[in-house]
Design a protein around this ligand. Sequence first.
Ligand code: HEC
Length: 115
Amino acid sequence: MKQIRFSLLLNSLTAIIALTSSSNSYAFDAEAAQVLAKKNTCLLCHGIDKDKVGPAWKKIAAKYKAMPDAEAKLTHHLTSGEKVKFPDGHEEGHKILESDSPADTQNLVDWILSL
Ligand code: HEC
């Protein structure tokens, strides 16, 4: 009997550890992310809730959240200057994020994905 209880306890502990460590990979500093976004004039073209010239970040989060490689995709998007389509139909290279470090870039990506 004791043996069974102990293994149940162990199972729940393992589950808790798995949960906390998976949320850790999306740990971010929301304030630092917003400062970086403002510095980069991202918000001229994107609202958090509202579409501007670019789609609302909440929409982007909803689209990418479930993808396992969401972080890598958005990081590529923000660092490569890949072509994007504007509402008037013209295409141009997306703004390249100016960031002091890859960690700052990842922080912004993780924050956008959390919206
Ligand atoms: C000059 C306007 C403009 C600026 C400035 C701008 N964006 Fe964008 N952004 C767009 C447009 C337009 C799209 C693409 C819309 C489409 O393809 O449907 C886009 C797409 C995105 C996407 C989605 C990419 C995808 O693959 O779906 C993200 C994330 C994003 N922008 C983040 C940012 C961040 C962060 C900044 C600041 C560094 C920024 N944008 C600055 C116009 C802009």
